[in-house]
Design a protein. Structure first.
Length: 86
């Protein structure tokens, strides 16, 4: 989920009335959905939530979309599409 439209390379308005529960207990509408590029990585079906103060990434969705494993280290994380390094 992203709170700004500037990072979308494609954004389609939401055709349904969907809301998310924010961290402060308020509700916010999902205004659209689209694709975002982060470096060379394409994130698909990213939700646009205008009241969001920071970007949120679902590691499970990314793991499923990319068919990869995720390794968490103290200073960073690694996404590997080839878990055996071949």
């Amino acid at each position: 989920m992203i709170g700004s439209t500037t990072t979308f390379n494609q954004l389609l308005p939401s055709d349904k009335e969907l809301i998310v529960l924010m961290e402060d207990g308020t509700m916010s509408s999902i205004m659209g959905q689209g694709n975002v590029y982060v470096s060379s990585l394409q994130l698909k079906s990213v939700l646009y939530v205008p009241n969001l103060k920071c970007n949120l990434l679902s590691v499970r969705k990314l793991n499923k979309d990319m068919d990869c494993i995720v390794i968490f280290l103290p200073s960073h994380c690694i996404f590997r599409t080839d878990p055996w390094g071949r």
